[in-house]
Design a protein around this ligand. Structure first.
Ligand code: SER
Length: 317
């Protein structure tokens, strides 16, 4: 059967690049982008787009039916910082939309589901160094609780109803094409914009706040790699740990200074510091490497070079 893919959240940071990448592999007309708001012009111009509010399960089902969709990538979520400001709305959005998609798979309307979890599923009691695949979790944010619960529901639907659902615990994702919104790791994107625009940046996370991070091309390769893996290789049906690089704000600054020697970094931690303090610093992703052959490519300097090169063009500098 021909694969037809629906991406929910195609206007978001990951959705934008995922749609463009999937269209290269599966053909433009076989990848349906959708979101509540219009997507990036490149996404709008290169293939079908449907307006979908993921809280409306009937609307998702209607689009699945219209295009004979076989796979759904469900990327819509309210991220950690925003969800702390609107806990009930964050919980409702993150959970109800997941059920809409899992139930379509349970009813045999779609064959495969991708749904991202996050390092936010871990909490203050989790080992911070080389965080194992299976460990104490106990998340302390609304977003983290929704991701942890979501992981368990994915696992339940897989074992109980045979749903082929796959998931990755994304670290903070850094990208130039599309911007993140409402996350605790967003500083690691903003810092590059401000380095080019102003030559200085004030970080809302403090010096020494080490977090797991990843450059977008690696995140996209991991996502598609997991979805393309043979089903029997995907042994973890909650969500896979995934590691790229780990760094603190001052490490990004040092990397930027290799290209912009006068770049200055200040620190003014806000409420997001507490969220960051509850997350791991370095993730052990042996299971992803062993089960389906994951390997990251970008280190910090390679990422910095690519970010600055592409952002300079984007910002017309
Ligand atoms: N980048 C996300 C956030 O900061 C973590 O998944 O909320």
């Amino acid at each position: 059967m021909k694969d037809v893919i629906l991406v929910l959240g195609a206007s978001g940071q990951i959705g934008t690049e995922l749609v463009l990448n999937l269209r290269q592999t599966y053909g433009d007309s076989n990848v349906i982008a959708s979101d509540i708001k219009d997507a990036h012009p490149d996404v709008m111009a290169s293939g079908p787009f449907e307006s979908i509010n993921v809280m409306d399960g009937n609307r998702i089902a209607e689009v699945v039916d219209k295009y004979k969709v076989t796979q759904v990538y469900h990327l819509v979520a309210m991220l950690s910082a925003t969800a702390e400001r609107m806990p009930e709305k964050g919980w409702a959005l993150n959970m109800e939309s997941l059920f809409h998609v899992l139930n379509l798979a349970k009813d045999g309307k779609i064959q495969k589901v991708y749904w991202p979890s996050s390092i936010a599923c871990f909490g203050p009691n989790t080992p911070k160094q080389n965080t194992p695949q299976h460990t104490i979790m106990e998340p302390s944010t609304v977003y983290g609780i929704s991701k942890q619960a979501g992981e368990q529901w994915c696992n339940y639907y897989h074992h109980k109803y045979g749903v082929d659902v796959r998931s990755i615990r994304y670290p903070g994702i850094i990208s130039w094409k599309s911007e993140p919104g409402g996350g605790t790791t967003d500083y690691a994107v903003e810092i590059y914009y401000e380095a080019l625009r102003k030559g200085e940046y004030t970080s809302f996370l403090d010096k020494g706040t080490m977090l797991p991070m990843m450059y977008m091309p690696d995140a996209i390769r991991a996502t598609i790699g997991l979805m393309d893996a043979e089903a029997e290789k995907v042994k973890v049906r909650t969500s896979y740990n995934l590691a790229g690089i780990s760094f603190a704000p001052e490490h990004v600054a040092e990397s930027i200074q290799k290209f912009i020697p006068d770049f200055k970094l200040d620190f003014e931690p806000d409420f997001r510091q507490q969220i960051a303090n509850s997350w791991p610093q370095i993730i052990d992703d042996t299971a992803a490497r062993t089960d389906w052959g994951w390997a990251h490519e970008y280190d910090l300097d390679k990422m910095t070079e690519d970010m600055l090169k592409n952002l300079k063009v984007k910002l017309g500098l």
